[in-house]
Design a protein around this ligand. Sequence first.
Ligand code: GLU
Length: 346
Amino acid sequence: MTGRFAPTPSGRMHIGNVYAMLGAWLSARARGERMLLRIEDVDKPRVIAGADRLMMDDLHWLGLDWDNAEPMFQSRRTERYEYALECLRSAGVVYPCFCSRADIRAASAPNEGDGFMVYPGTCRRLLRDHPDEVRERLAHGDRHSLRIAMPEAGEEADEETVARFDDCVYGPQRYDLPREVGDSVIRRADGLFGYQLVVVVDDLDMGVDDIVRGRDLLRSTALQMWIRRCLLAGGFEPECDDAPAHRQSPISPTYAHLPLIDNAAGRRLAKRERSLDLGALRARGVTPEQIIGYCAWLLRAKPTPEPCRADELLDGFSWAPLRADHPDRALDPVAPTTPDWLASAL
Ligand code: GLU
């Protein structure tokens, strides 16, 4: 199997990012798997110059290693994404969407806090009922994104319209694709490829089949499973030369989604919280063992937050303790489990 780190270089890593990276590393390395690094810099407006190098330096400092000397950079892979788009077109699941964000927000049901808005299908109906109008608008150069169509909703959800997976932490998951996911953007109106498509293409090309990330991406997993299915149905051939068997018949990934980490005020940690980023912590003399020990405890990879090295956690690592105890975590300055170096940064 193959795992991956997939950081977005939008700032310095913070405790929450380290926790996710440690989870991914333990999952792969405890089983003796390959571990690859991918820099998720497809969303150019969010990228901070130099953040990728600092992330790599922080990962080395923490003792979290990976196998590909040169990481994969999404920003260099536009041709692969173009190819993937062609495969999806061959599968007959791509259509243009002229809606603005405001149009969609106005027509959508409230989302469930993971940032997902189920697209109401306006432009899918436009194409079905008025294909000439769509052709004219495209010919006229109207600004549009591209969406992937979910399977048609039947009276009741059936196997074709439902995505299921067994999450290592959250257990069996079931999403009704048309009702709970909806047609999603794969190329944005500004021409950039969407996160949801590029992640699937990259994971296929890297031979990744061990995916660890935050639970805010549970619903995205259902979508990504559908995208993957459509890509393969459209003839997509993974590029990974170092895993020939995977190239022939890609293995379905296993997934572990992690509880989220909130700050003392109950908001999800963000990279702009500078006091918890590795630049600030390292400058204050906090050691890698202190950070790893605390993150390992958040992952329930050990029973206490005492300092330790990452490689000391490999023996006997399992998701079972986290599965048994997976509410979101809050960093609390006064909790007895919060070490001094962290309490003073909160
Ligand atoms: N780059 C994403 C993040 O930083 C990870 C996405 C993924 O694991 O698929 O949250």
